[in-house]
Design a protein around this ligand. Structure first.
Ligand code: ADP
Ligand code: MG
Length: 326
């Protein structure tokens, strides 16, 4: 029965409400609330499952990309949720709502990109569903993976004194999107980060297997929002050093022309890098190539998140993290 016609709930309020309605279950060690659910299996393995939507006009525009890259991205952003737990992707399930005007050739290219990305990580397309769509193209992907029992890295687990690390560089994807939205063509390095993000599977596995991290997730909604999930789940705060944020060459160049762009590195979203906490202070050295991880701050006892500007002041980011209903 519909009891309210209000539409004001923000994305995370709605998810929290759904979580309360769903309740918990004894067959899951983690249900709603992390990058994946965790279901213990026999033989010392935990099964990880995650699902995400990829909707035309919301997540992508046909004219900005090609069908092969769209297929790759649909797989990559889901595989990233397995990476975020330190797991190994195994099976993907692909739901397609196809509008009439998308040709067979275009669907073939999309699938080819999806399979290329899936196979790159040793996973397989194991099922799905196909129907027509009266709106745009709608893609729903579910991914399953495995991790050694008890080794999954969750949002909860960060503690006072831990260092905060991030992999790769921040803000490239959001900067590319901003340029595309203004009708400009971004540098190839930037636009690749937006069209074909790289899930950090190997790095995630290294961190979980060697028990180097206390909490972790992948950055899909922006560093501040996603690190915020770790802080909330762990009941701690954070001090971030703005000068230590890892930025790519093309991002630094754009930043020189417009210093306000730093907010894209802080809150832009779709980086699909890993943000994690660790008691170890020299992880950047321990992890070694080909991965780059950068220490960007520390976990504090005081709740909330403070960004320290190089001039000694606290910095206020003007952007919020991505919220689908904001
Ligand atoms: P992510 O960025 O990793 O996809 P989300 O913010 O989308 O994470 O989701 C947070 C948590 O809420 C996840 O555990 C996800 O499975 C759960 N969740 C999101 N939407 C729903 C829904 N409609 N029904 C049940 N669980 C949901
Ligand atoms: Mg999601």
């Amino acid at each position: 029965m519909v009891t309210s016609k209000k539409t004001g709930l923000q994305e995370f309020e709605l998810i929290r409400w759904i979580q309360r309605q769903a309740g918990s279950s004894s067959h899951l060690t983690m249900g709603i609330g992390d990058d994946c659910s965790i279901q213990p299996q026999h033989a010392g393995q935990d099964l990880l499952t995650s699902t995400d939507l990829f909707i035309e006009g919301i997540h992508f525009k046909r004219e900005w990309s090609n069908w092969f890259d769209l297929g790759r991205k649909a797989a990559a952003v889901n595989i990233s949720d397995i990476a975020a737990m330190g797991g190994t992707p195994q099976s993907l399930y692909l739901g397609i709502g196809r509008p009439k005007e998308i040709s067979d050739g275009e669907m073939e290219e999309f699938l080819s990109g999806f399979l290329t990305e899936t196979r790159k990580y040793g996973a397989v397309l194991a099922g799905g569903d196909t129907c027509g769509s009266l709106g745009g193209l709608m893609i729903s992907v579910t991914v399953q993976g495995t991790v050694t029992s008890g080794e999954a890295l969750c949002r909860q687990g960060a503690s006072y004194g831990d260092a905060i690390y991030v992999s790769g560089s921040l803000g490239d994807s959001a900067l590319a999107l901003q340029l595309l939205q203004c009708g400009k063509q971004p540098d190839s390095g930037l636009v690749e980060r937006f069209h074909t993000p790289t899930p950090q599977v190997e790095l995630g596995q290294k961190l979980s297997k060697r028990q180097l991290a206390t909490a972790m997730l992948d950055i899909s909604d922006g560093l501040l929002a996603d690190l915020g999930h770790i802080l909330t789940a762990s009941g701690v705060g954070a001090e971030l050093e703005m000068a230590d944020l890892p930025l790519s060459k093309p991002f630094q160049k754009a930043l020189q022309a417009d210093p306000g762009l730093i907010d894209l590195a802080l809150a832009g979203g779709e980086d699909y890098e890993l943000v994690f906490t660790s008691p170890l202070k020299d992880l950047a050295v321990q992890i070694g190539s080909p991965h780059t991880v950068t220490r960007i701050g520390a976990v504090s006892q005081e709740p909330g998140l403070r960004i320290h500007h190089p001039d000694g002041e606290l910095y206020r980011c003007q952007r919020g993290g991505f919220d689908h209903f904001a």
